[in-house]
Every structure is written in C-alpha cells, then in structure tokens.
Design a protein around this ligand. Sequence first.
Ligand SMILES: N[C@@H](CCC(=O)N[C@@H](CS)C(=O)NCC(=O)O)C(=O)O
Length: 228
Amino acid sequence: MIEMWELVGENDRRYSNFSWRIRMALRHKQLEVQYRPVLLTDKASIGFSGGKTVPVIRDGDTVVRDSWAIAEYLERQYPDRPTLFGGDTGQAVARFANNWVDRTLLAIAFPLLAGDALAVQRGEDHDYFAALIERLTGLTPPALKEHQGRNAERLAKAVDPARATLKRQPFLSGNSPAYADYALFSIYQWARIVSPLDLLADDPAMRDWCDRLLDLNGGFARDTPAFR
Ligand SMILES: N[C@@H](CCC(=O)N[C@@H](CS)C(=O)NCC(=O)O)C(=O)O
C-alpha cells in the first residue's frame, strides 16, 4: 500500500494544501493509502525523502516528493486507473494550472490564511511556523491579521479566470474533475481546515464547484477535521 506523509495540526487537522492535492489524486486513482502525519519540526521523519517538505509518498521501493512530481508518478505508474490529466495536452495544461495556483493564488492565500493557520498548530510547531510566516511575508502574524480583509478581496479577484470557467462547465477539467481542479481545490480546502473565514460565502459559482469536490468519493474531503 502507498504511504503518504503529510502535516498534522491541533485536533488532527491535516492542513497541508500541497498534501490535499495528492490526497485527491490518490482517491481519483482509486489507490489505497496509509497516511503518516508529521509535525513541521519533525524533519527527521521525512529525512529519507531527501527533502524537508510534504507531501512525500513511498510506493514499494519508490520514494517521491513534491506534489507535482507525485501526480506525474501516479499517472505514469498507474496508467490503467482513471487518468489524472486526460493525456499529454491535459497534463501540460494542468501543469500551467498548478503553477498558477502556486505562484499567483498561494502567494495571496498564504498571507491571508497563515495567521489563522498558526492558531491550529500543535504547540511544538508554533514558534517554527511563526518564524516561517515572518520570513515569507515580512510581517508578524498580528500584523497579517490586519490585512486579512484586503487579501480575501485580492484572492477573490485573482481567481476570476476559474470563476468564469466554472460558470460554463462543472469542473476546470471539463465534465469531471481532474488534477487542475485538485490543485485549485487545495487552497479552499486549506482555508476550510485552518480558518473560520468563509472565503466563498458570496461566490456561488466557486462555492458550487467546491461543494462538488467535497462530495466526491463519499465526501471524504468534507469529513476531515475543519471549521466548516
Ligand atoms: N513544491 C512542493 C511544496 C511543498 C511544501 O511547501 N509543503 C509545505 C506544507 S504545505 C511544507 O512541508 N513545509 C514545511 C516547511 O516549510 O518546513 C510540493 O508541491 O510538494
């Protein structure tokens, strides 16, 4: 069985947005997985991967880290399972979507949500995460809080290409969900898990899409410990 290392916070919150992309991808591929929760500060547990971030998977003798590399591995290794990309063209476009999420949306979502994410860390990780926030944003968590409303507006605006698409089709990937959807979903799933803010309260097209993803596979993504 595939093992997957991911972060864990207070009350068993599995809050890593990159790991959610792979949680969704593994379900999509109908692969069984054993989750291995780790703390941010417990780099020793993932040392075997050669890196310091999650997600990491081990599949037999193969270890893969980095969410995009894992998605590509799963597609290559399990070609007979439902496709994550829908062929070479789909894979290339999903790579673009993944980079858009990382470089445009996460760049806004991190300062928007990091202060709330700090509040759901386990005690052992608190100081490490607070230092990470200051390093990445240049602001202290209380200062970030003051910008939260403005950052929520920025995110709502930046996601407009997805909103416009979802007014015309049920998923970014067309009639059924695939990896590009999971990449974008990871931001909103992270928000559900770490923050009392409802980012999609006034956003019906995005909310309906998010609900469709939360309903997949018996609602497993909805059932994780979260604020909503
Ligand atoms: N490009 C990597 C980024 C992974 C990443 O930054 N993961 C975060 C959690 S969402 C992490 O493990 N951070 C640990 C740290 O910064 O110490 C991927 O796609 O997997």
